[in-house]
Design a protein around this ligand. Structure first.
Ligand SMILES: [Zn+2]
Length: 311
């Protein structure tokens, strides 16, 4: 059995968003599902640390970090049309990014083989100096930059299976040869980016790989893509760490998107990627929650994900 981390902090519940689909009930549902399950005693549960402003600034303009901090302190209720904030959202966002840094630290020092960070606010739509799509700071991008710049890794592979394209993550690494970004997503769909012709630029040309998928794509579509396209790309790139932007909103029960993915398929995709990580990078796999808005489907899918990270 793997040493698998479940990284969570109650401060994530204090990012209050009211009746917004991205709300604290998502993490409460995940915790309830896991606590009643047979895998829970086998999960290691390290406490995350808060990311520092300097660590957030590995991927964001320092002025933007300040702007988010002040907006929360001043009672601003929205950073953009979709992105609701409350008084403690800044602190929750620092801890959300910090979970990824804790995961990187513990995976690289061998304390954990892999980890899932049950965090909110999510991150993959957040741009360098702009909140977007429920996201304040780009948790996965910050973790990837931290691994390269502070932990001296040379190659990190980010795979994003959230149903939406991770525009923020792609833009962060579009000209970067050291951080590979691949995404499968409903297309055309929010946020509009992620065409297959978007493959990187300059030094990063060929280190962006998009799989736009039509609405109603199935388990078979996803599994074929992972087996035949994604995993071969991972083997070619030879990353030292794989980071997963794990949204579960391609689930067939999700209210925000139109895909047909089953709970079991999330388990199978996890198994395929975990096995590849074992061959490529000693199993080093960090997964961070992005979307997933049907709380039952989300909780069951996270359970299937963690069960396969453990095995
Ligand atoms: Zn999403």
């Amino acid at each position: 059995m793997n040493k698998t981390g479940y990284i969570y902090d109650p401060i994530y519940l204090e990012h209050e968003t009211g009746s917004h689909p991205e709300n604290a009930g998502r993490l409460e549902a995940i915790n309830r599902r896991l606590q009643g399950s047979d895998i829970f005693p086998h999960l290691q549960q390290p406490a995350p640390r808060k990311a520092t402003v300097e660590e957030i600034a590995l991927n964001h303009e320092a002025g933007y970090v300040q702007q988010v901090s002040e907006a929360c302190a001043n009672g601003v209720s929205n950073l953009d049309g979709d992105t609701v904030i409350s008084a403690n959202s800044y602190e929750a966002a620092l801890m959300s990014a910090g979970a990824g840094l804790t995961g990187v630290d513990l995976i690289l020092d061998g304390t954990l083989d892999n980890a899932f960070c049950a965090v909110r606010p999510p991150g993959h739509h957040a741009e360098n100096s702009m909140a977007m799509g429920f996201c304040l700071f780009n948790n996965v991008a910050i973790a990837a930059r931290y691994a390269i710049e502070k932990k001296d890794l040379n190659r990190v592979f980010v795979f994003d299976w959230d149903v939406h394209h991770g525009n923020g993550t792609q833009h962060s690494f579009y000209s970067d040869a050291n951080i590979y970004y691949s995404s499968c997503h409903q297309y055309p769909f929010y946020p509009g980016t992620g065409a297959k012709e978007e493959t990187g630029t300059g030094d990063g040309l060929g280190a962006t790989l998009n799989f736009p998928l039509r609405e109603y794509s199935t388990d078979d579509d996803y599994l074929a893509l992972v087996k035949d396209k994604l995993i071969p790309a991972m083997f070619r790139f030879k990353p030292e760490l794989i980071i997963l932007s794990a949204g579960f909103d391609a689930h067939r029960d999700d209210p925000l998107a139109g895909m047909q993915v089953s709970t079991e398929c999330y388990g199978t995709m996890t198994e395929l990627i975990r096995s590849a990580a074992q061959e490529i990078c000693q199993g080093r796999l960090l997964s961070m929650l992005e979307g997933g808005y049907d709380t039952h489907a989300l909780a069951d899918s996270v359970h299937a994900h963690l069960k396969n990270l453990l095995s």
